[in-house]
Design a protein around this ligand. Structure first.
Ligand SMILES: *Cc1c(COP(=O)(O)O)cnc(C)c1O
Length: 226
């Protein structure tokens, strides 16, 4: 084993362990159980070898991807993974999505319709989250707050779509505290809708998200060396 390999392995271990410790500390601060927060390790842009070395070798098997083609290539090589889809989903790709444990990024009536259509034809129930653009940013994928009620009603009518909760991305900021109002707001909306899951928090703000009630955090860059 080369020195380079050994040192990169140690570095990778410390990155994974550091994130796990930060999750635990945030749970402690918030008076929450660690088991209430699921870590989705976002493996986009990382090779199968990197994923194996830095994530799977640590015993963690919950991964998130945001592009279908990239995910398909990895899924062929990696067994026993709980996959989450977190990217913009085109309707013509829904037919590939049966293996996902959860689709975090549903944002339109037409996408819900396609999930129902494919789900029915394949006798499959898609578990989904509705992605909400809480901050109302023009550049973001999520649905507008004004459209949420209609999306929820529509999703709940589809027998092959199981609406589990809400997802959001906070506006980009160097200050994790800037995300707090958006996470707090999503939590309030989730409670009002009586849904279970709150997918919020990324590398820059996952501790704040845990404090604000996230049940799923999606962490990429903090887990992988650049
Ligand atoms: C890339 C991505 C993440 C992870 O982002 P990091 O800042 O690298 O942790 C989380 N959620 C979504 C939707 C993403 O596209």
């Amino acid at each position: 084993m080369s020195i380079v390999f050994v040192s990169s392995l140690l570095y990778a271990e410390s990155m994974f362990d550091a994130v796990m410790e930060r999750i635990q500390n945030a749970c402690d601060r918030a008076g929450r159980k660690r088991s209430e927060v699921k870590l989705v390790a976002v493996s986009k842009n990382h090779s199968v070898a990197e994923i194996e070395e830095q994530i799977l070798s640590r015993g963690h098997r919950i991964l998130g991807e945001n592009r279908i083609q990239e995910w398909q290539a990895k899924a062929l090589e990696l067994a026993d993974v709980e996959w989450h889809f977190i990217g913009n989903l085109q309707r013509n790709k829904v037919k590939y999505c049966l293996p996902f444990e959860l689709i975090h990024s549903v944002n339109s009536l037409r996408l819900i319709d396609e999930l129902q259509r494919i789900g029915e034809s394949k006798d499959h129930v898609f578990k989904i989250l509705l992605e909400l653009n809480v901050a109302g940013e023009v550049s973001k994928q999520g649905a507008a707050l004004a459209d949420l009620e209609q999306l929820v009603d529509h999703a709940r009518k589809q027998p092959n779509v199981a609406l589990k909760g809400l997802m959001t991305m906070a506006p980009f900021s160097d200050d994790p505290e800037a995300a707090r109002p958006y996470f707090e707001k999503l939590h309030t909306i989730r409670d009002r809708l009586m849904l279970d899951e709150l997918s919020m928090g990324m590398s820059g703000d996952f501790e704040v998200a845990i404090e604000e009630g996230a049940t799923i955090i999606r962490v990429g860059s903090a887990l992988f060396k650049a």
